[in-house]
Design a protein around this ligand. Structure first.
Ligand code: NAD
Ligand code: UDP
Ligand code: UDP
Length: 326
């Protein structure tokens, strides 16, 4: 029985059946919280939360956050939004609606129940950056009418809404700008570079390098990211962010491909493909603010994190091959 003066935190995680959200939920349940996962399963998958089905402090609700949601919670993590270019460009209007209408509904909910609310923003709000690495003070370089705009501008507008709800209604907000993150439970075919390269290497298919492969990204392992979320959520109301969360170690796509080939022992060869429109040339987070305010920095090195991710995809492929045989 719970102590009379102790009430568990009831936490809403939108997008909780997705890659990052499901890891966040595991951490919240581990520390004793109650979790309500709200997800419309557009890109998420029940298999990411199957292991929690009988957990006494976990509840799943299938719901699209573009529609109002009336629940009673103490904190909200708003992660619902397709995140890979292939997924968010599949139905770009719905992507913008999820970011904008979804944010309004979750902010309205937070306002009514007086909950602290976290927004999963993105490094994409910096667009194709002209400053390197990107500090939070950089305003970005985004093409408003390009194929990535539904995501970039949707997330920018969501940030605006969060800060206006804070100024206008005194909401307790936390905004994290997340840089490329990878790890187990990524979608095997969402077109993102880490999942593509690993799946290709494991199946002996050519590794698809878009452009000449000299563009860079900085990859953060999912466990490190989730630690950053929890630390940000625990800061006082005078620190709303935005704060960059990502791994500052920067790699070219050729270097990433070589690391994946090496770790998988694959015979795959590199193959060049056209560079997608508006593909940012380089990206690296300036994480001085996160270090200073959250005492946070990523701990997992790329090869270590890739190893765990490769194990996950390897297991997934074995299970699928097993299922085909059955
Ligand atoms: P994901 O696609 O695995 O998860 C997103 C989840 O949101 C899915 O489960 C999906 O079904 C759900 N969803 C989408 N639209 C919804 C809606 N209208 N209503 C309810 N649920 C909805 O992606 P992820 O990588 O886990 O990303 C989680 C969040 O982090 C996203 O907001 C994304 O923009 C942000 N982010 C991720 C990365 C990254 O590298 N993974 C980088 C920057 C920002
Ligand atoms: N909302 C919700 N759950 C709540 C409270 C509000 O989904 O518990 C939604 C509702 O759809 C509303 C939106 O959040 O339109 C914004 O709420 P707010 O109170 O800011 O504005 P208003 O109700 O005046 O539109
Ligand atoms: N990329 C690649 N091969 C692939 C998939 C992606 O070379 O099979 C490149 C892509 O052009 C981009 C980088 O890898 O420069 C990261 O792409 P991703 O879609 O993972 O993330 P984002 O562009 O959103 O940072």
């Amino acid at each position: 029985m719970q102590h009379r003066n102790f009430r568990r935190q009831r936490i809403l995680v939108t997008g909780g059946a997705g890659f990052v959200g499901s890891h966040l939920i595991d951490r919240l349940l581990d520390r004793g919280d109650e979790v309500l996962c709200v997800d419309n399963l557009f890109t998420g998958d029940k298999s990411n939360i199957d292991h929690l089905a009988d957990h006494p402090r976990f509840e799943f609700m299938r719901h699209d956050i573009c529609f109002p949601l009336y629940v009673e919670v103490d904190q909200i993590y708003n992660l619902a939004c397709p995140a890979s270019p292939v997924h968010y460009q599949f139905d770009p209007v719905q992507t913008t609606k999820t970011s904008v209408s979804g944010a309004i509904n979750m902010l309205g909910l937070a306002k009514r129940v007086k909950a602290r609310i976290f927004q999963a923003s993105t490094s994409e709000i910096y667009g194709d950056p002209s400053i390197h690495p990107q500090p939070e003070s950089y305003w970005g370089n985004v093409n408003t009418i390009g194929p990535r705009a539904c995501y970039d501008e949707g997330k920018r507008c969501a940030e605006t809404l969060f800060f206006d709800y804070r100024r206008q209604h005194g909401l307790d907000i936390k905004v994290a700008r997340i840089f490329n993150t990878y790890g187990p439970r990524m979608h095997p075919n969402d077109g993102r570079v880490v999942s593509n390269f690993i799946m290709q290497a494991l199946q002996g298919q050519p590794i698809t390098i878009y452009g000449d492969g000299s563009q860079t990204r900085s990859f953060c392992f999912v466990d490190d990211l989730v630690e950053g979320f929890l630390r940000l959520m625990d800061t006082g109301p005078d620190f709303p962010g935005p704060v960059n969360l990502g791994n500052p170690n920067e790699f070219t796509m050729i270097e990433l491909a070589e690391a994946v080939i090496d770790l998988t022992g694959s015979n795959s060869k590199l193959e060049n493909r056209p560079l997608p429109q508006d593909d940012p040339r380089q990206r690296q987070p300036d994480i001085r603010l996160a270090r200073d305010k959250l005492g946070w920095e990523p701990k997992t090195q790329l090869r270590q994190g890739l190893g765990k991710t490769i194990e996950y995809f390897d297991e997934l492929l074995r299970r699928n091959i097993g299922a085909e045989k059955d």
